[in-house]
Structure formats: C-alpha cells, structure tokens
Write a protein that binds this ligand. Structure first.
Ligand SMILES: *[C@@H]1O[C@H](CO)[C@@H](O)[C@H](O)[C@H]1NC(C)=O
Ligand SMILES: *[C@@H]1O[C@H](CO)[C@@H](O)[C@H](O)[C@H]1NC(C)=O
Ligand SMILES: *[C@@H]1O[C@H](CO)[C@@H](O)[C@H](O)[C@H]1NC(C)=O
Ligand SMILES: *[C@@H]1O[C@H](CO)[C@@H](O)[C@H](O)[C@H]1NC(C)=O
Ligand SMILES: *[C@@H]1O[C@H](CO)[C@@H](O)[C@H](O)[C@H]1NC(C)=O
Length: 774
C-alpha cells in the first residue's frame, strides 16, 4: 500500500487526472463514488447536437452518455468541446486577483534566476515567470483576451510549459477541469535492428506487423519527429528534450509507471496544452495518409453539468474558486489542531498514487507487472520488484525495478533488502537498477536505497533554498521557538516548526556538521543575481524524519549501521534510464553516479546521433504544493504577533490560488540541488547536462517485453556489448569470486516498523516528499 490516505473525496479530485483510462469518479445522485471503467477506450458516439450554445451541447453529450452507459468515460469531438471552452467570457477581476495572489508562492521557485538567464547549453529558450505574469496581467487590463480560456492558456504556458520543470505547475480551472484532449493514436519509436536510427510507428504495427505496415513520416503534414519535438518544446515537464520525446511514446514502463500509452495519445502536461485541432493525420512511408478525429474526454469530479445553461453558468460551475470570497476559512481552523501533527486543511498527498498501483487485492492472481517477466519479489503496490534473467549467459544478473520512490517506506526498504539477499544467495554478482518512468517520491527512500547498495559511502547532496521574504518570515518565527528543542522518536509539540527547514538548527551544513547560527544557515548568500540560503544537507539520523515519520531508520544510521555491499563495486552495477527519472530519482542517481561512480544506460531519444541524458526529469531537490506554504505560514502566525512578520505571513494565503487549480494542486520547486563540485558557481543541477555512458534504442521485442531491454543492458554493461552511442568499458579481469564472498556480504534482519507513524497529511511528511507533477 502507498502511504497515502485515500478516500473517495480525494479520489474525486484526482483520479481522473492521473489515471484517465483505469478509473473514473462518477458523481451520481449527489454522492461521489469510485467506479472502474473499461480500459479499452470505448468511445460512445456523441448525440446529434440540438442546442446551439456550445456548452449546452457539451452538457447534453455528458448527460446522455452517462445515463446511457454509466461507468464509461464520456467523450465528444474535440472541436465541439473547444467551442464550449472558447465561448466562456473573460472574468477580469478574479483573473487579476489570481495573478497577484500567485506571486508570493512563485517567489519560492528556487532556480528562477537561471530560468531567466540559462547557461548556453540549456536546450530551451529562457523563461521569465514574473515577466510573463506581468504581460498576462496587462493584456487582461487592456481587454486583449477574447475569452477566459485564452488567458488561462497563457498562464499555463508560462508556469507549466516554458520552465520545463516537473516541480512547477499551475492548472487553471477552465483549461483543465472540464476536459482533456486525446489523440486517436498510440505511437512507438523503435529501431529496426537496434543500431539504425529509430522510426515512429503506430503501436499495433510494431507489435504485430502486417505485410503492408509501414512507419510514419508525417503527422498533420509535418515531419513526424519534428512534430513530436514541437509538442515537447511547448509543454514537457522534463528539462531534457530526448526525455520529453520518450514520454510521447508507448513503453511498458510508461504504461506501468505513468499510466499512459505515451503522451502523444494522452496524459502528461500535453493533454491539456493547446487544443490539438479537430483531427490528427498520419502519413506513412508507403504513401497512405489516415486521418482520425481528436477527442475531448470529459473529466469527472465534484461538478454538475446539470448546472450549465450557457457560457456564464459554465464559468460558475467549473471556475467555482473564482467566486470564493474567503472570509470564513481561517476562522474554521483552530491553532490547537494546527500544532498537532496533522494539518487542518488536508494537504492532498500530491500527486495521488495511481489507483492501479494502490489496491491490488485480486486474490489468487499473480502479482506481476504487464509486459514484465515474472518477478522474484514484488511489493503489493508493484512499486518495487526484483528479477533474475532466466536465460543462458545472464545467470549472474539481477534486476531491481523501482517505478517510483513513493510507497510505504518500510515495505519499500524491506523489498530492496530482501531482494538483495535473495540475489546474493542465488549467486548473482551483477545488478541492473531499472528506474525507467521513475518520477520520485520520498526523499529519504532514495537515500536509503543508495545506502543499501553502498552502505559505506556517505552521500553528498548539497542543496539550497531561495531567500524570499516570506520564506524568511517563517524562519524568523520558527527558529527562536527551537532553542531548547531536541528531536525525539516520540511526538513533541514543537516537531512541526522545529523539523522544518525554517529552523536553523535543523538540517546539516554542507560538510555534515551543525549550523552555528541563524545567519550561518540562512545567509542570505548572493549569487547569480539572486539570494539564497547556504548549502545544506538532510540529516538522515534525525529520529523525527525517520522513526517518527516512517517507523524505521535510514540504512547507514542508527539501528541500520554496519550493512555491507551486496554487489561490491560500481563496475558490477548499471543504471537503466528512459530519461523520465525526476525528483527523488535524480537525487538517488546523483549519489550513484557522483558518489559511487556507477555507469548508466539511456534508452531511446530523438532520431539524432550521439549520447543522450539518462536523468531528464526535474533535478530540483524539493517541491512544495502552495498549500504546504500556506500551512507553514498559518502555523507561524499562531506563534507571532509581530506586525511585520504577520503582514508577510498573510501573503501566503493559498486558499484562492489553490481553489482555482482544483484539478491538481499548484506546486513550486523550492530547493535547488547543486553538484558537490559546482558549489562555487552555484549552477543548479537542473541546468547541468549529464550524458549517460551508453545509449540503446528500443526495438520491437523490447516494446512487448521489458526483459528484452534488460538483456541488451546487461550485454552493454557487463559483457562488452555494443551501444548505439557511447559504451561501457569492462574493468580489467578479476578473479570470478561471488560478490558475497568478495565483499563479506552479511544478511541483516528485515526492518520492523515502529509503533506509530506520522499521518501522510502532516507538514513533516509533506516536507519529505518530492515527486514530479505531470
Ligand atoms: C439518491 O440518494 C439518496 C440518498 O443518498 C437515496 O435515498 C436515493 O434512493 C438515491 N436515488 C437514486 C435514484 O439512486
Ligand atoms: C501503409 O501502412 C499503413 C500503416 O502500417 C497501413 O495501415 C496501410 O494499409 C498501408 N498502405 C498500403 C497501401 O499498403
Ligand atoms: C477537420 O477540419 C478540417 C478543416 O476544417 C476538415 O477538412 C476535416 O474534414 C476535419 N476532420 C474531421 C475528422 O473532422
Ligand atoms: C559545518 O559545521 C562544522 C561544525 O559546526 C564546521 O566545523 C564546518 O566548518 C562547517 N562547514 C561549512 C561548509 O560551513
Ligand atoms: C556496528 O559495529 C560496531 C563495531 O563493531 C558496533 O559497536 C555497533 O554496535 C554496531 N552497530 C549496529 C547498529 O549493529
């Protein structure tokens, strides 16, 4: 099980956003319930429109389809849905209020100076977040927008598009709540022989090629690869274009980890970005062109299409947050409950775990990921699984698959530990760490996994925050409270303020010592035209962040010292990427690469020669939902009367801005990771290009069976096999002694969960989470 509390209401908010194909939430008779929907993507024919108001046409399509076929996701022609969205008039005052109230939260975006002025090898144009907001604001003032949708598209472009940052997202209501766009094609990018440049094919043609099947040369009349790249440039949440390119295609890992058939069809930030037109046409190398209509899929949620009578009532229903006057909210929260471990207004666990990975209780059915071989070991939620390659020539290889770092901490830790013990006992001496489609999760889970592989290497992960005025106001309020605070396993009244980054005594300095003063931690340090805190490191020995939070310790600390390496040195291990790796996955990767010297393989990429990056997702070291900042500010206000501080803290009221992004909580990247050898220049890792050692292309057999990828990876990493670009040189021959004997591997008892763990809603748990937002 995931460590998230799931209830119908949270699901109602989120499930359609993350798993459009596997679950939906129906609003029936005033109550909300979760139902499964067919995954076949059955499209119900839209009724002939009889009304002329475009949103009434949409309403009638929704109502007739839900009554005729309950449980099937209703759809309509994309062009009709777009007409409805376009018909909604601009509501200027609420729009301007939104732009103004977003600013204090965006001030926390830690790498904004670099986004505005990126290094020369950064692949995208600069992004000026505040400049763009100002432009949208003045366009609104000048009445330049033809409708509500148009300024929301601009806002989405500026925040969720141009910065290409998986930790920075705002989903304006009208743009994202009623519909999402779907193209009627699932595509793959494959090399015919593993060496030639990849071509784009329809999935079905790759999986069961017919006599006449042919690859795609044009999409909507544009060169196919160029078309896909164009979508990536507009909207990907990856900092790397090859990684973004890969997300557009079907792979078993994308299916298992992202619940998507490739973002070309649907999903990701692409699904709500700009209207894709009424149809998509594919032109094949054999000369045939096929066009199919694009689709708008209705979202479910706590909305009622019965209330839609025209464009104005469409706004009232789907942009509800615009009508929030916000007078009663703060009064409803008591300081007492705030100071307990749980936040009063639940911080939605963000993003919600995919439903298909949450509750797998199909009794009797083998727990196995589709498109992957039979596992040796797998967690109930399928997030961690382990494999041996049962084929001649690969007897020495074990494969650890981590689809995310987001799961129950102890189950994850146990699964990794147990798999390593089984692998060593079975004589496996090589390890593939497959982090395809891994979008992160719990930060310290990444630390723990690294230390299970290299228990003797102390990780080095310097990071820093932007020194914004409201960040500083929280620090000035919290720090004085914590003079006599000592972190303990058991809950204490001051845990929340004193275990936050805003207590100068919390965290370690860059050399794993203690900060000596407020200024020693918070500076501010001026660099690259902006102000930051000093560099800091997590303290994995802090019992609040470990035993109290999760009921266990981090390997290498406290009760889990004295572990030994299961696979010996870095030459016996390889990292396998598809570029998606983000958040906690990038933190883990940094330790594996820079700390231990492990080599890496990256799959796929654009049809261009040469090496590509493996870690293409956001490399920021922490994300906060706006709500988290709101909760911390409220907590701080319960401790101070200082008028200057109170005024600053009041700016962090997220009720209105979060209310206008109900489909997914708005988030900001609040912490830069900086490589240990880049502290001087201070360039965030997000802006450092790091090529993998070996590039492999997907082939058709790999699309069907992930085990085929592992064989190619094992060949390249351990057996002198070829790469499409680059290569991994084998170390000089060593005596063939099993790693267990060579390194004195010792089995340790599996972790036992402590008595009580923190609620996933607590600010501390939120603080420990770093996961990409799609
Ligand atoms: C609607 O819900 C109410 C109360 O939950 C219930 O009594 C009633 O039977 C339901 N009606 C239908 C048509 O399901
Ligand atoms: C060309 O290829 C496409 C895609 O594989 C296929 O659907 C179509 O039938 C082919 N056309 C001809 C004339 O062979
Ligand atoms: C899409 O629109 C174009 C131009 O308006 C039209 O020619 C084409 O037939 C439409 N295609 C579909 C599938 O509706
Ligand atoms: C970290 O803290 C220790 C102990 O306070 C101190 O000796 C060391 O110089 C500090 N390191 C940095 C980089 O400030
Ligand atoms: C680790 O080893 C040291 C030295 O042998 C020993 O004193 C200590 O108790 C061990 N710690 C754990 C947690 O087993």
């Amino acid at each position: 099980m995931k460590s998230f509390a799931l209830n119908a209401a949270t699901l109602a908010f989120f499930s359609s956003s993350l798993v459009p194909a596997s679950a939906a939430v129906l609003k029936n008779n005033g109550t909300t319930c979760v139902t499964s929907t067919p995954t076949s993507g059955t499209i119900t024919a839209a009724p002939t429109p009889t009304a002329t108001e475009p949103c009434v046409v949409a309403r009638d399509a929704f109502l007739s389809q839900t009554s005729a076929s309950p449980g099937v996701v209703p759809t309509m022609a994309a062009s009709q849905a777009y007409e409805c969205l376009k018909s909604v008039p601009v509501h200027k005052e609420p729009a301007i209020r939104l732009l103004d109230e977003m600013k204090p939260f965006l001030e926390w975006q830690s790498d904004q100076a670099f986004l505005k002025n990126p290094p020369s090898d950064y692949p995208y144009p600069p992004a000026d977040i505040f400049g763009d907001l100002e432009t949208i604001r003045s366009n609104l003032e000048a009445g330049k927008y033809s409708g509500e949708l148009e300024w929301q598209e601009d806002l989405f472009k500026s925040i969720s598009g141009k910065p290409h940052n998986g930790h920075l997202a705002y989903h304006p209501d009208l743009l994202t709540v009623p519909f999402e766009w779907v193209r009627p094609w699932k595509l793959v990018s494959v090399s015919e022989d593993g060496n030639s440049s990849p071509v784009i094919k329809v999935l079905e043609d790759a999986v069961s090629p017919g006599e006449k099947s042919s690859h795609i040369v044009k999409i909507n009349g544009v060169d196919a690869a160029t078309f896909i790249e164009g979508r990536v440039t507009e909207s990907s949440n990856t900092q790397d274009p090859d990684a973004g390119y890969n997300t557009m295609f079907f792979s078993q890992a994308n299916k298992a980890g992202l619940q998507a058939n490739g973002y070309f069809e649907g999903g990701g930030r692409e699904r709500r970005f700009f209207y894709p037109g009424n149809a998509t046409s594919l032109t094949f190398a054999n000369g045939t062109t096929i066009e199919k209509p694009n689709i708008a899929k209705f979202h479910y949620g706590p909305y009622d299409w019965n209330n839609v009578m025209d464009a104005e009532t469409m706004h009232k229903e789907f942009c509800r947050g615009a009508y929030d006057t916000g007078s009663t909210r703060a009064a409803a929260r008591t300081v007492k409950s705030l100071r307990r471990s749980a936040a009063p207004n639940r911080i939605h666990s963000y993003p919600q775990p995919p439903v298909s990975l949450v509750a797998r209780q199909d009794d009797g059915e083998v727990n196995k990921i589709d498109g992957y071989p039979e596992p040796v070991l797998i967690t109930d939620d399928q997030v961690v699984s382990g494999y041996f390659i049962d084929e001649p020539g690969f007897e020495d290889v074990a494969v650890l698959v981590m689809l995310s770092f987001s799961s129950d901490f102890v189950s994850f830790q146990s699964a990794v530990q147990e798999f390593f013990a089984k692998a060593v006992e079975a004589g496996k001496t090589k390890l593939i760490v497959d982090v395809q489609a891994n979008g992160g999760g719990t930060i310290l889970q990444g630390y723990d996994t690294f230390r299970q592989i290299f228990p003797d290497i102390v990780q080095d992960g310097p990071s820093r925050w932007r020194s914004s005025s409201s960040f500083n106001a929280i620090s000035q309020t919290f720090s004085p409270l914590c003079a006599n605070f000592t972190p303990k396993v058991d809950y204490q009244e001051l845990d929340n303020p004193c275990t936050s980054v805003n207590n100068w005594r919390n965290d370690l300095n860059d050399t794993n010592g203690r900060f000596t003063s407020y200024d020693d931690k918070f500076g501010p340090v001026a660099a690259s035209g902006d102000s930051y805190t000093n560099y800091m490191e997590w303290d994995p020995a802090n019992p609040v962040l470990t035993q109290q939070a999760f009921g266990t310790d981090i390997t290498g600390y406290r009760s889990r010292r004295n572990f030994t390496r299961p696979f010996g040195g870095p030459e016996n291990i390889v990292l396998l990427y598809d570029g998606y790796c983000a958040s906690t996955c990038t933190i883990f990767s940094q330790f594996m690469k820079h700390g231990a010297g492990v080599k890496s393989i990256s799959m796929g990429g654009r049809p261009k020669e040469g090496l590509i990056q493996g870690v293409g997702g956001v490399k920021g070291a922490q994300v906060y939902p706006f709500r988290q900042m709101g909760v911390l500010a409220e907590l701080a206000r319960s401790y101070t009367q200082d008028p200057t501080l109170v005024k600053e803290l009041q700016r962090l009221d997220d009720t209105y801005v979060s209310g206008r992004s109900p489909y997914q909580l708005p988030v900001v990247n609040v912490r830069d990771a900086v490589l240990p050898d880049a502290l001087e220049s201070g360039v965030p890792t997000q802006f450092v290009k790091e090529l993998a050692d070996c590039r492999l292309y997907w082939t058709e057999p790999m699309i069907q069976n992930t085990g085929e990828i592992w064989k190619a990876a094992a060949e390249a990493a351990f057996k002198g096999g070829r790469c499409a670009a680059g290569g991994i040189v084998q170390p000089a021959k060593k005596p063939q002694i099993a790693a267990s004997r060579l390194n004195g591997y010792r089995r340790h008892p599996l972790p036992v969960r402590g008595k009580k763990v923190l609620s996933p809603d607590s600010p501390i748990m939120q603080h420990l989470r770093v996961q990409v937002s799609d």
